[in-house]
Design a protein around this ligand. Structure first.
Ligand code: PA5
Length: 442
């Protein structure tokens, strides 16, 4: 049940892979020995075995309580405190989950944007339901989730009083510090920890991802087992045949040859948010010091009818990484028609998955012919176990790849610039000088 990689359409010679072997080993040594840049943020590396088992049990207990009582579960967070759980829940849930009676509780996200309309609509939708919330913020001060938390805390206190609200608010934040931690302690909310040494985009296997995934009804033991198996597989890797090393190496080889964009491709619509998580992981980790592959994504076959044109014939500065699942759990058979007016009878009786697979193969060959190298990652099945593996696979590859690129893959200094400007424009105390400077630029 391992992830495999096929690089034969990557237009990379085996000598090129072998030429990177010693750099891969150096990157691994720096990760494991905690001697590289950002070494204070390597808690995710052995988290699949070092995680707090007592907290894990508390998460399972809280999730089962929430599932037994709650109709609408609101997950509040942004960036690394949002994308992972949203990606896992979307990937594992049936389509149209919130419209299905058997799906309880309904899951909603808040604080991942600053849209007044979105939050007004969400509050109207859930206000007469039994609501519980999980607010997730490592710093506890991020503007978007802080605004959303105010809104939903008020809603709960109006509905249930301060006492009743207390049992409906779960806080995932720093173990010791921050505004959210202080509030949780003062109010007596149940709290879960985002470890100091785990950055947001590497936190899916912590309480950040685990509580939401468990509340959505998925097996977090399997999810952690997948991560552990992937970690052990990469720990035991001996050469460039290891898929994680090979992926990290391939993207750097292509980058050094002038490819500046990596496109994550999927043919399963439930994986669209997974690509969003992957984009944050690689974009925030590598995009610094004037370097980095720009991570983008397409959802096929939908996007073959839009971005397919630029991939086929646009500027040749991109390569694709395709996620393929060996097994897809259900299918729809294409019916015969009494008159074959649409000319589709030649595939009548076939499953749509068969057509989807041919779309993947046909596209791969067309894009490679159009000078877009393709890497193919094959995942045996779409399950909590395999997603646990896949998340760890990309995290480990990202750490290695960042070191190969010569950047610190664990900080994100660039995301502060917009925040300073926004605070100044909003009139936050302490930002007066910057506000005056920005006035002049308007
Ligand atoms: O990866 C990151 O560090 C960021 O995307 C953060 O997760 C995001 O900014 C949210 O931060 P916080 O959890 O402190 O609210």
């Amino acid at each position: 049940m391992s992830i495999t990689i096929d690089t034969k359409h990557g237009v990379i010679r085996e000598e090129e892979f072998l030429g990177l072997w010693s750099q891969i080993q150096d990157s691994e040594k720096a990760l494991k020995g905690k001697t590289g840049a950002g070494a204070d943020y390597l808690g995710w590396l052995d988290y699949p075995v070092s995680y707090d088992k007592g907290e894990f049990q508390r998460i399972e207990k809280a999730a089962s309580f929430i599932r037994s009582k709650c109709e609408a579960f609101i997950i509040i967070g942004i960036g690394g405190s949002y994308l992972g759980s949203k990606a896992m829940i979307d990937a594992l849930s049936p389509f149209f989950a919130n419209e299905r009676d058997e799906v309880q509780p309904k899951i909603y996200f808040a604080g991942q944007n600053i849209s007044g309309k979105y939050h007004d609509d969400l509050i109207r939708l859930v206000k007469d339901k039994d609501v519980m919330i999980n607010v997730i913020s490592k710093s506890g001060t991020t503007t978007e989730p802080a605004i959303a938390f105010r809104l939903f805390k008020n809603l709960l206190e109006e509905k249930y009083g301060a006492e009743g609200a207390r049992d409906r608010i779960y806080v995932t934040t720093d173990a010791k510090k921050g505004a959210l931690k202080e509030l949780a302690m003062a109010q007596g909310y149940e709290t879960f920890v985002i470890p100091d040494d785990v950055g947001g985009r590497y936190s899916v296997h912590t309480a950040v991802g685990l509580l939401p995934i468990a509340v959505a009804g998925f097996d977090i033991k399997d999810f952690m087992k997948g991560a552990k198996d992937q970690m052990e597989e990469t720990d035991g890797a001996m050469d460039m045949t290891d898929p994680c090393y090979r992926y990290a190496a391939a993207r750097n080889i292509l980058y050094r040859k002038g490819k500046t964009m990596e496109i994550m491709v999927n043919y399963q619509p439930e994986m669209a948010m997974f690509s969003e998580w992957w984009k944050q992981l690689f974009g925030e980790s590598e995009g610094k010091d004037g370097k980095g592959l720009f991570p983008v994504s397409v959802n096929n076959s939908t996007d073959l009818h839009s971005l397919g044109q630029i991939v086929q014939e646009g500027r040749r500065n991109m390569f694709e990484t395709i996620l393929v699942f060996d097994e897809v759990d259900r299918d729809t058979i294409i019916p015969t028609a009494s008159e074959d007016l649409d000319g589709l009878d030649y595939i009548a009786g076939s499953g749509m998955n068969h057509v989807n697979n041919k779309a993947f193969l046909g596209t791969l060959m067309a894009h490679v012919d159009g000078n877009v190298p393709n890497l193919v990652l094959t995942i045996p099945e779409l399950s909590a176990y395999m997603l646990g593996r896949l998340v760890y696979f990309f995290e480990r590859a990202c750490g290695i790849s960042g070191y190969l690129m010569g950047v610190n893959p664990f900080d994100q200094p660039g995301v502060e610039s917009y925040k300073r400007n926004m605070f100044a424009l909003l009139g936050k105390p302490g930002y007066e000088d910057l506000a005056r400077e920005l006035e002049g630029k308007k």
